[in-house]
Design a protein around this ligand. Structure first.
Ligand SMILES: Cc1cc2nc3c(=O)[nH]c(=O)nc-3n(C[C@H](O)[C@H](O)[C@H](O)COP(=O)(O)O)c2cc1C
Length: 181
């Protein structure tokens, strides 16, 4: 059986931009990538997991607890043989947890478990993005070896313009291709 060109884990955080991550998933699948999707509990309030399950052709991971499919825990099985972990949208909460080694859900536990590179696409309001705590956490993640794409300046869902808009799916996918090349 031939292996896909790459295996990407797409972690979807709980922000309005979660709907754009469906496009990222689809674009990567169209390139024959294996895409494993993990959604935070908060992300499920923004987009249904059925969308990502259909697009990726795989069940969506939401919990770490052992199941028949993942007897040793989803964080172990899903983190195996990854070429890249993409976090989009990367919420302030996920960024904070990653930067501080907190592993209290599936996405943050996979972040600690994996050994592949990580690409983060932050998305939040301009006020959140400007906070020193968020900037400090991003700096820490850069020092830890993570890559970032965006955020951009532009229209935000809080009906304001500023920095914090998630990069467009095509830009994120281009960065994925560049990192995997
Ligand atoms: C309508 C709405 C939009 C939100 N958008 C964002 C966002 O774009 N970025 C962000 O960091 N948090 C956003 N939040 C807050 C997160 O949903 C909240 O911090 C949540 O705990 C994040 O969980 P997660 O990081 O596990 O996905 C939003 C909340 C609501 C109710």
């Amino acid at each position: 059986m031939s292996r896909s060109p790459a295996t990407v884990l797409l972690a979807v955080g709980g922000g309005i931009a979660a709907y754009k991550s469906a496009v990222i998933c689809s674009r990567l699948v169209q390139q024959q990538y294996e895409v494993r999707v993990v959604m935070t509990r908060s992300a499920e309030q923004f987009v249904g997991s059925a969308t990502f399950a259909a697009l990726s052709g795989q069940p969506v991971g939401t919990e770490s607890a052992p199941t028949d499919r993942y007897p040793t825990g989803a964080h172990i099985e899903l983190a195996k043989d990854l070429d890249l972990m993409v976090v989009a949208p990367a919420t302030a909460n996920l960024i904070g947890k990653f930067a501080n080694g907190i592993a209290d859900d599936l996405a943050s536990t996979i972040y600690l478990q994996r050994s592949c590179p990580v690409l983060l696409a932050p998305a939040m309001s301009a006020s959140m993005w400007s906070k020193s705590a968020v900037q400090r956490n991003c700096k820490q993640l850069e020092e830890d070896g993570c890559d970032f794409v965006g955020p951009e300046e532009g229209w935000l869902s809080c009906r304001a313009t500023g920095a914090g808009r998630m990069s467009e799916p095509d830009s994120i996918v281009e960065r994925v291709f560049a990192l995997l090349r």
